[in-house]
Design a binder for this molecule. Sequence first.
Ligand SMILES: Cc1ncc(COP(=O)(O)O)c(C=O)c1O
Ligand SMILES: N[C@@H](CCOP(=O)(O)O)C(=O)O
Length: 534
Amino acid sequence: MDSSLFSFNTSLSPKPSSLFRRPLRRNSSPPFTIACPSATSDSTASPVLDSSLPLGVQNPQFACVDIQDDSHRSRSVAGDGGRNFSAKYVPFGSGFDSSEWYSLDEIVYRSQSGGLLDVQHNMEALKEFDGAYWRNLFDSRVGKTTWPYGSGVWSKKEWVLPEIDSSDIVSAFEGNSNLFWAERFGKEFLGMNDLWVKHCGISHTGSFKDLGMTVLVSQVNRLRKMNRPVVGVGCASTGDTSAALSAYCAAAGIPSIVFLPADKISMAQLVQPIANGAFVLSMDTDFDGCMKLIREITAELPIYLANSLNSLRLEGQKTAAIEILQQFDWEVPDWVIIPGGNLGNIYAFYKGFQMCKELGLVDKIPRLVCAQAANANPLYLYYKSGWKEFSPLKASTTFASAIQIGDPVSIDRAVFALKNSGGIVEEATEEELMDATAQADSTGMFICPHTGVALTALIKLRNRGVIKGSDRTVVVSTAHGLKFTQSKIDYHSRAIQGMECRFANPPVEVKADFGAVMDVLKEHLSRKNPKMEL
Ligand SMILES: Cc1ncc(COP(=O)(O)O)c(C=O)c1O
Ligand SMILES: N[C@@H](CCOP(=O)(O)O)C(=O)O
């Protein structure tokens, strides 16, 4: 690659960050006073309020009340038997009457038989409120700064970690990410006019992992306050989990430890945990090797496991699905396409959609598509075998480096999600994913290669007529493109061996001379505007 093509100099002026700073209103009085029960007062004290409803929902006049007061108040109502929102771990796939279960305050990642766990909510208690109640409640919290409901995750607190005290929550007000109408990409490349990209990567640490990590680190914060022996939190990572873990731990003053496969993550991802003060171990293995080690280490030392094997993470990640429905005013899209690696996220989306259906917020769920890189495609091969035979594999290098995973821990969760949503699995070659990324970028996005994998799946399904031009389709963008600039530089420099780089747009070198600049500009502009005289 000719590195001079990209030798632009940028200087960034540091700005004080307001992230993790809790809103000032948290410990102060509401902006003006209205007569309502305080956290400690008798919840029946107000003659005008229905104690089962949050203040802002039952009467918009009260929407300005500090929601934290309301959360305290609803806890006292629950103590009176009005609400009994709770959750526990059960073996994955077991029913509501499972005899094996664990409190969320226990440190447990696997069932007795060694299988996966799932967080099971008290659905009967949640069902005491109808779909309209939950839709209104969630909608009433959007755009607020009151702790912790301004977070897209914690605005659904009752469905996530209902019993955690708000003061234990570690949040960067994650979630509420942009649902981008991909108008030009959809129309020009796919003949679609209802195509959307859910930008989960426009987030505090630049990926969807923040959604799960706020939940996990908050629970660890609670456990440490309960004097449970948790000396630190650890993960294996392809770069995004480690970034999220180290940021949330740093905010809470909790030690974090990250196992990274050497030379297999981007520079931007590597510097994140380093800057956030994590203990970073760079290992001469791949992600699957790091994952095996962290599981062994966390079985020996009181280090809390932060990978999505820990089902707490998925409770946060599922809120992205709820958020999509909310952003469509509770209309259900036809398709949602998600890039898959360790395969926790596809199940998290399924769970979010399914809870909305079960609790009456919507009446159906979308069909899910899981998209894998062809160089790391164990789920795709399993799907293609008719779900007959799953074989872990050694994943090869891919530009979609965060999904270079050959032995996904959540394989059973992913299969469940796909079978129960009329799901499909697709794959993308390196050239396909890089071309799709460049095409999307050329229409104003700046996506990561994993989103390119998902877009490739869309292109293939659209070309085969499986997805129709009028189908409302959401592609989940999982990380920020700025974490993966090297792959874009290589592509636009046409520096990738064996790749045509059809949509490359390298900068043009030109002499700093008026005539030379006019010549290249005229040539360029007349190509772009063939009908105009210059
Ligand atoms: C950017 C990005 N996209 C997609 C994925 C895949 O998510 P999952 O491992 O939950 O399948 C990951 C991590 O694995 C990721 O970091
Ligand atoms: N892409 C992930 C891989 C690990 O996934 P997890 O969801 O199980 O933590 C990463 O960024 O590390």
